[in-house]
Design a protein around this ligand. Structure first.
Ligand code: AMP
Ligand code: ZN
Length: 496
């Protein structure tokens, strides 16, 4: 028996059997990127982790509505309450319209995710497209006495909320301690308490991204967009909410407070947090200056790289660790991943060509069939244990040994029996391609292959082996290539 899917819920701090609120439908919300600069490899790790979850839930037969937002309101550099609008700053620097900045980095984000074979979400809403909803929720929180307005800005009143609820429930913090831990308000602050957070901020005259509101021109606080977009598309209660660990506090804590305050209950049944990609033990981040951009990996241009690495090598490298562990970036690990990925893909190619043709003189081998069946079970067991891709890969490598044995003739398909053989084939393909999302990636250039063939053609011509010459000509022609015998040398052209 394979145990059911269990997920580590960061809210309850334990693994729980996954029971969606409204099966077979599953609502999943993941905090998306801020679009004022390129996504780095750390961001990719988080979106890849949720890609695996999305793919596996669908494989299990759930109908998943996956919502991942785009944070395109500028917010501010220091935190969401003070400093300069990041998008406006970038726009000024590059002489662009703010929405041009947003579009440029949104396009770049999509392109990067496609290179890593990360599926698109079902809905990708933007913060700027949901200002009306954000104003509405701010009003609701004001009406309930959980927020207050000061000088055109509106803040969430954490102390008030904490009288009846627990602000800090997700991150395990205590409000009194937090308040004591913060420096005194400096007198210039509008907030009643340092822990309070902005729902709406008044726009200063130079602030470009601004909208009208009952409190005057301004822009929404960061935490609000995720509350309104998740609940708009998934309902006030939905199944999964995810993001990187660094979003647990304050972002997700604030989302919970907004939902509990506004709608009377917590938004998500399961909270999932991915751990960080690190470089030399430090979180990879734009601000620390230790981040890799995907294209720097693909062309090997980053100073910390010994060589270039392909997107599928990097995908495989990331899947070799569990999403809740930190993962440290290293050349050695990437080189090992490159080998591992190629081994798996070679196995996949062999497997796809295998067919079940029973041999009369061979009997079924119950032991071999039993081993293959339990290896298939193990793949599910590992994924059902909180999406353990690292273990799944280890089981796939064990299956690969069986596939290679069949390929070399040490094991025959007849020994496995048709049912087991077909199960092995389906499981291996499902897991590598559909669940782990590894696709075949070839760096072979067609032109190089044509040149290699033309070398043989030239030799055959010199040796007057006209049969071979004709065969090469014919095979190339089948592929739309004509061989041109020139006065000097040989060339080719696309058939017109
Ligand atoms: P950002 O665009 O910075 O808001 O980040 C988008 C997503 O990437 C968030 O879910 C972050 O938690 C996540 N993230 C940022 N840095 C890393 C990192 N070094 N490793 C893994 N995930 C990260
Ligand atoms: Zn969010």
């Amino acid at each position: 028996m394979i145990p059911p899917l269990r997920i580590y819920n960061t809210l309850s701090r334990q693994k729980e059997v996954f029971e969606p609120l409204n099966p077979p439908f599953v609502g999943m919300y993941v905090c998306g990127p801020t679009v004022y600069s390129d996504v780095h490899l750390g961001n990719v790790r988080t979106f890849l982790s949720f890609d695996i979850i999305y793919r596996y839930l669908q494989h299990l037969g759930y109908k998943v509505r996956y919502v991942r937002n785009i944070t395109d309101v500028g917010h501010l550099v220091d935190d969401q309450d003070a400093g300069e609008d990041k998008i406006a700053r970038k726009a000024k620097l590059d002489n662009l319209e703010p929405m041009e900045v947003v579009q440029r980095y949104t396009n770049g984000f999509h392109q990067v995710l496609e290179q890593f074979n990360i599926l698109q979400p079902s809905i990708e809403p933007t913060a700027t497209g949901h200002i009306v909803e954000q104003v509405r929720l701010t009003k609701q929180l004001l009406d309930k006495g959980l927020a207050y307005e000061v000088n055109g800005s509106v803040y969430f009143d954490v102390a008030k909320y904490n009288e009846d609820h627990h602000y800090g429930i997700l991150s395990g913090r205590n409000v009194e301690e937090m308040m004591a831990g913060y420096r005194e308000l400096d007198g210039q602050e509008e907030k009643r308490n340092k822990v309070d957070f902005a729902l709406w901020k008044k726009a200063s005259p130079e602030h470009i991204m601004r909208w009208e509101s009952p409190w005057g021109p301004g822009f929404p606080g960061w935490h609000l967009e995720c509350t309104v977009m998740s609940t708009k598309y998934l309902g006030e209660r939905f199944d999964i909410h995810g993001g990187g660990m660094d979003l647990k506090f304050p972002h997700h804590e604030c989302e919970i407070a907004q939902s509990v305050g506004g709608f009377g209950h917590e938004p998500a049944k399961y909270w999932l947090h991915t751990n960080m990609l690190t470089a030399n033990g430090q979180k990879m981040s734009k601000s620390l200056g230790n981040s890799f951009l995907p294209h720097e990996l693909f062309n090997g241009s980053h100073e910390l790289l010994d060589q270039a690495y392909s997107p599928m090598t990097v995908r495989f490298f990331m899947l070799q660790s569990h999403y809740s562990s930190t993962l440290d970036f290293s050349n050695e690990a990437l080189q090992a991943a490159q080998k591992g990925y190629k081994k798996l893909i070679n196995g996949l190619r062999i497997l796809k060509r295998l067919t079940f043709i029973p041999a009369d003189d061979t009997a079924q081998n119950e032991k071999a069939a039993g081993q293959v069946n339990s290896l298939c079970d193990n793949c599910y067991r590992a994924m059902n244990d909180d999406f353990n891709t690292a273990q799944t890969i280890a089981h796939l490598f064990n299956l690969l040994k069986k596939i290679n044995s069949i390929h070399t003739g040490a094991l025959s398909v007849t020994e496995l029996g048709e049912e087991t053989f077909l199960r092995m084939q389906k499981t291996f393909i499902d897991f590598t391609e559909n669940i782990l999302g590894l696709r075949e990636e070839s760096n072979v250039k067609p032109e190089d292959l044509i040149d290699a063939l033309l070398d043989i053609y030239r030799d055959a011509k010199e040796n007057k082996d006209y049969d071979k010459v004709d065969r090469i000509r014919a095979r190339l022609k089948q592929n739309g290539i004509v061989v041109k015998d020139m006065k000097e040398g040989i060339d080719w052209a696309y058939e017109e």
